[in-house]
Every structure is written in structure tokens, then in C-alpha cells.
Write a protein that binds this ligand. Structure first.
Ligand code: SF4
Length: 314
């Protein structure tokens, strides 16, 4: 068996600590020495704001470099009365096998739980549970190529008690560098969409189908989507959102396990477990096709109406 170098150990530990910090963990329990009781006050301090990932020496944010969202394949805008010509994501043509590899199968956070009632988990319980899954993601090696080429895993960020979750496809270059979803150009547009909806990033939770960047920003393979689905399902079981907005064809088709084009999925509600799901165009597509912004805004207004959120008069 090949030996692991000190540098590899240092990198794995650093990644894991950064992932835990992004999940909201700002302290770790102190290990008890033999004969010494652990002190509850030194346990994980859940509920504190997640730390912003500090840029690493010599690594500036690569805003000038197109993110995955900025490089996503264009999704053709549907014409009135015409089905979208966008093709289904390959992962949706091979419906993912519902994962059962978790070591916690049968627990509250097993991948296919009967969804507990929304009130059943406190903020602290959610933060702790998310940190647990986040730690597993940070160490995940299921997709050999992705695990070998990623800089950071990108777990997700936001409110652990969200009414609304946004689901994207996979990290891009900016996200891989910073360990946070939607921080590139497409992320800036998502921020503007949220602002128009009178929402802030910290009001919602943002996550992706894949937690690792596909090299060269290629489309996730069906196998990768299958591998990562367990983590997504566990995140949703913990977050228990009322509403979820899929951003783009890959997110919508993977979640809903369908090959229906995004042009036909958008503009109406779907059901995933007990979550009301809206699908709309990916912000990257909107950057390339500004004419589709109106359709996306219509989708967002429909979502807000369903959530009971009134927009101020313009
Ligand atoms: S994409 Fe998901 S399943 Fe694949 S290596 Fe990354 S965390 Fe693991």
C-alpha cells in the first residue's frame, strides 16, 4: 500500500476543516484525556455564522475566469407553443440508483428517510447534522477523477432553516477555488435575482447536484450524479425546505429523474417528496441569453406567490 505524505495529510485536514467552517462549525469538541470528563461548553458551537473561506496565499479569486455557470451549454429558449430543444442531461436518461452506501443508513440522516416533520429538527441539530455530512463529503473519493482534481469540495451554504433552497449543477472554477456555490458571474446574477425577490443569500440555502468540480467544467456523468445523490438527499432531509428552485436543465432533470426539457419543466410546480419544486433557467444561460430573463422572472414571481411573499410595488 502506498504511503501518504505529510503534505497530503495536511491538505486533507485543511480541506476538511475549511468544509466544516463553511457548514457553520466554528469549534471542535476538546478531546478528553483519560480520566477527564469532556466539557459540554467546548462542544461544537452550532448556529454561529459560517466563516468566509480565506483566500489562500497566492490564490486570488478567479473572477476573471469563467465559472462553470458561465460556461454551461446554452439552453435554447422555448418559443411559444414549441417544446424546448434542449436535450436531457445524460444522468436523467439513466435514473440514479438511490444510494445506500451511507454508514448511517437507518439513522435520522439516512439517504431515504421518511421525511420528518419540518419542526422536528432544531437549528442546532441541523447545523450538527450538516457538518457531519459536510465532513463526509470533504473526504469523499467516490468519483476518482473529481476527487483527484478538485481544490475544494463545495457542500452548500446558507440558512439551515430555509423555506427555499436553490439547486444548481456543479461547482465551476470560482466555486472550486472558494469552496462556495455560485460565487462567479452566474452567482452574481443569482444574487440579483434574489435581491429582486426581496431575499438575501443568507435567507435561503444554495447547493449543487455535484459537490466537486468536473474537470474542464464538463457536464457531470450519470455515474457522478448517482454517486453524489446520497449527499443531496441527506442535505434535503436535514434542511427540510418547503420550496426548491432548480437552476437549469441538469439540476431539474437529475432531481426529478426525468428527461423532460427545461423549457417544459419551467413555469409550473413539481413535487419532490414533500417539497414544492420550481424549475427555471440557469443564471449562466441568462448571461448568454438575456431574452430569457423575462421567463425566469415569471417563474420567480410564481414561486413567490406560492410562498406568500408579496413584492413591493415598483
Ligand atoms: S462529486 Fe460527490 S460523490 Fe463524487 S467525489 Fe465529489 S463528493 Fe464524492
Amino acid at each position: 500500500m502506498s504511503e501518504i505524505s505529510h503534505e497530503q495529510v495536511r491538505r486533507i485536514i485543511l480541506q476538511r476543516l475549511e468544509s466544516l467552517a463553511r457548514a457553520g462549525v466554528t469549534g471542535l469538541p476538546r478531546l478528553s484525556r483519560p480520566g477527564e470528563a469532556s466539557r459540554p461548553g467546548e462542544a461544537i458551537r452550532e448556529g454561529e455564522a459560517p466563516a468566509e473561506p480565506a483566500p489562500r496565499p497566492g490564490e486570488a479569486s478567479r473572477e476573471g475566469e469563467a465559472s462553470r455557470e458561465g460556461e454551461a451549454p446554452a439552453e435554447p429558449a422555448p418559443r411559444p407553443g414549441e417544446a424546448s430543444r434542449s436535450h436531457a442531461h445524460p444522468a436523467a436518461r439513466h435514473p440514479p440508483v438511490r444510494a445506500s452506501r451511507t454508514a448511517t443508513t437507518g439513522s435520522l440522516f439516512s439517504p431515504e428517510p421518511a421525511m420528518p416533520r419540518r419542526e422536528s429538527l432544531s437549528r442546532e441539530e441541523r447545523v450538527t447534522a450538516l457538518a457531519q455530512v459536510c465532513g463526509e463529503v470533504a473526504a469523499c473519493q467516490r468519483c476518482t477523477e473529481l476527487a483527484a482534481t478538485r481544490t475544494h469540495t463545495v457542500f452548500g451554504v446558507g440558512n439551515p432553516l430555509p423555506r427555499l433552497v436553490f439547486l444548481g449543477e456543479a461547482p465551476g472554477a470560482d466555486e472550486d477555488a472558494q469552496g462556495e456555490p455560485f460565487v462567479g458571474r452566474a452567482g452574481q446574477l443569482l444574487n440579483k435575482i434574489l435581491d429582486a425577490c426581496t431575499l438575501r443569500r443568507e435567507d435561503v440555502y444554495i447547493l449543487n447536484i455535484l459537490k466537486c468540480r468536473p474537470p474542464g467544467n464538463r457536464t457531470p456523468t450519470p455515474h457522478e450524479a448517482e454517486n453524489c445523490r446520497e449527499y443531496l438527499l441527506r442535505q434535503l432531509a436535514i434542511l427540510q425546505p418547503e420550496f426548491l428552485c432548480c437552476l437549469g436543465a441538469v439540476a431539474a432533470q437529475c432531481l426529478l429523474e426525468t428527461t423532460t426539457p427545461i423549457g417544459q419543466l419551467r413555469g409550473r410546480f413539481h413535487q419532490f417528496q414533500d417539497i414544492r419544486v420550481m424549475a427555471t433557467y440557469h443564471p449562466a444561460y441568462l448571461l448568454r441569453n438575456p431574452g430569457a430573463k423575462r421567463a425566469t422572472w415569471d417563474d420567480m414571481k410564481m414561486l413567490l406567490r406560492e410562498m406568500g411573499i408579496e413584492l413591493p410595488p415598483r
